[in-house]
Ligand binder design. Structure first.
Ligand code: MG
Length: 213
């Protein structure tokens, strides 16, 4: 798959509020089912490109483990879900806060808040053999050298197989599609001139500068 998922994938599906520690911080009970939103694949950027804050926007960073689908699947059980995973990446689910907050208040979709150009920076492809335990992997994020997020995916409210089972009740997942597994606490704003650095276990780090439109 290499870096092909960025060109080949048809969907980016993001999980919302999917860390137990984040739910606890916001005093929310664990929901009965996971929930998801879509980001367009036009929001992908890879290292060497900048995160561009939309005019007048306020943008938060969210570091997340990305799961890349390797094989077409539909109506998958939790027990069999991992067999359709082709690999992983580290991702930043960049979020424009003003649009997203307004959408939440009015019950409207998060389309541009989650989907603006450059809203999905991703690392290189990580093979399934390279990431030994996706259910207990450390991710972290630094802004201008200061750590803002660090968590293990063992704190996910819904596991990767549970999410794949839920999604494929409704949507066929295809090779190259990306599942963003949700962000741990520590989500915060970034500003033009900031540099975001994030890491996945001892496998990789990635760096993305932030600038204004
Ligand atoms: Mg997120």
């Amino acid at each position: 798959m290499a870096q092909e998922f960025v060109k080949k994938g048809k969907k980016i599906i993001g999980a919302g509020m999917n860390y137990n520690s984040l739910l606890a911080e916001k005093n929310l009970p664990k929901p009965k089912e996971p929930f998801f939103f879509l980001k367009p694949t036009s929001s992908y950027i890879t290292e060497g490109q900048d995160i561009i804050i939309p005019r007048g926007g306020l943008v938060n960073e969210e570091v997340e483990l990305g799961v890349i689908i390797g094989e077409k699947c539909k109506n998958v059980t939790t027990a069999s879900a991992m067999r359709y995973v082709g690999g992983y990446c580290l991702a930043l689910d960049m979020t424009e806060v003003n649009l997203t907050d307004a959408a939440i208040k009015t019950g409207r979709p998060w389309t541009f808040g989650k989907g603006f150009d450059t809203a999905c920076p991703v690392s290189r492809f990580v093979g399934a053999d390279e990431l030994k335990d996706p259910g207990d992997t450390e991710i972290w994020c630094r802004v201008n050298g200061a750590e803002v997020q660090r968590a293990s995916t063992s704190d996910l409210a819904f596991s990767v197989p549970e999410m794949i089972a839920h999604i494929t009740k409704y949507v066929t997942l295809e090779p190259g599609d990306l599942l963003l597994t949700g962000s741990p606490p520590g989500i915060g704003p970034v500003r033009p001139g900031d540099v975001i650095e994030a890491g996945l276990a001892d496998i990789l780090t990635m760096t993305f500068p932030v600038r204004s439109a």
